[in-house]
Design a protein around this ligand. Structure first.
Ligand code: FES
Length: 263
């Protein structure tokens, strides 16, 4: 017996869809932008160069834990001698967090696997098991990646504080340049994305019988719910901001661009 759109309980419709709007546009844009990001991030993560220009550290390489260029390591180098780029040691955490994010899942299932490509459009696959079996069952680790993402967020926030430090040749004290601003904007988007996570919302307000008995958790849950309503937006914004922050550090570190200093 056929399952899915061909199942016995579904209306028999010969066409793949009755939609006549441009339903293919969103998956196409998602496919293009995600692919571009993956190519860029992979290249940068493997390159192992131009990720630090005092006082800026690229978010792809933070924390730098192995054979870092001078000044880039704030937490020691326990993986000294690691044969590949330092970014590859920590990449699994932000990457795992995003790959298993509920919003990204919806997006890449639609854009890459056409499963389904859009609401009201039949998918090309004959059967559908959703996330009930291996390997997609693994997506359930998302809540654990959330804890790792909080640690990564705290480290990136620390990097922003350091970015208010002096650049080469400047006196001690508080300074600010365009790079500081870019890293600051990036970390704001990262937090808006991380705190608006569905798992975070559940951790804060899930499994409670009475909100009235947990007023603080209820308050936090209402704030998180507001962020959660814009989760897709922050997913995109933080994706762009993290790539932009890395690109900026690359340009400054390679000497292609001089960081304007505000004070
Ligand atoms: Fe998107 Fe958790 S659901 S980050």
């Amino acid at each position: 017996m056929e399952a899915g759109v061909g199942g016995p309980t579904r209306a028999e419709i010969g066409d793949r869809t009755l939609r006549n709007d441009r339903w293919w546009l969103t998956p196409l844009i998602t496919f293009t932008v995600f692919s571009a990001f993956v190519v860029y991030a992979t290249f940068r993560a493997f390159w192992g160069k131009y990720y630090f220009s005092e006082p800026y550290l690229s978010p792809f390489y933070s924390p730098c834990l192995s054979d870092c260029v001078e000044g880039a390591s704030d937490f020691g180098q326990p993986f000294k001698g690691f044969p590949l780029s330092a970014a590859l040691i920590i990449l699994v955490f932000p990457l795992g967090f995003r790959m298993t994010c509920y919003y990204y899942r919806k997006s890449y299932y639609r854009a890459f696997w056409l499963s389904p490509p859009a609401c009201g459009v039949a998918e090309p696959h004959g059967s559908y098991s959703g996330e009930t079996r291996f390997p997609l069952l693994i997506q359930n680790v998302h809540r654990w990646f959330w804890y790792a993402a909080v640690v990564v967020g705290l480290i990136l926030t620390y990097d922003v504080f350091l970015a208010f430090g002096p650049a080469e040749g400047e006196s001690d004290g508080i300074h600010m340049g365009l790079g500081t601003l870019i890293l600051l904007i990036n970390v704001v988007f990262i937090w808006l994305y991380t705190l608006g996570c569905h798992s975070c919302r559940h951790i804060m307000g899930g499994r409670l019988r009475h909100f009235s008995k947990h007023p603080v958790r209820y308050k936090l849950w209402t704030w998180i719910s507001k962020l959660n309503g814009n989760h897709a937006r922050y997913a995109w914004l933080s994706l762009f901001s993290v790539a932009l922050a890395d690109f900026y550090v690359w340009m400054v570190a390679a000497g292609h661009f001089t960081d304007p200093r505000f004070f």
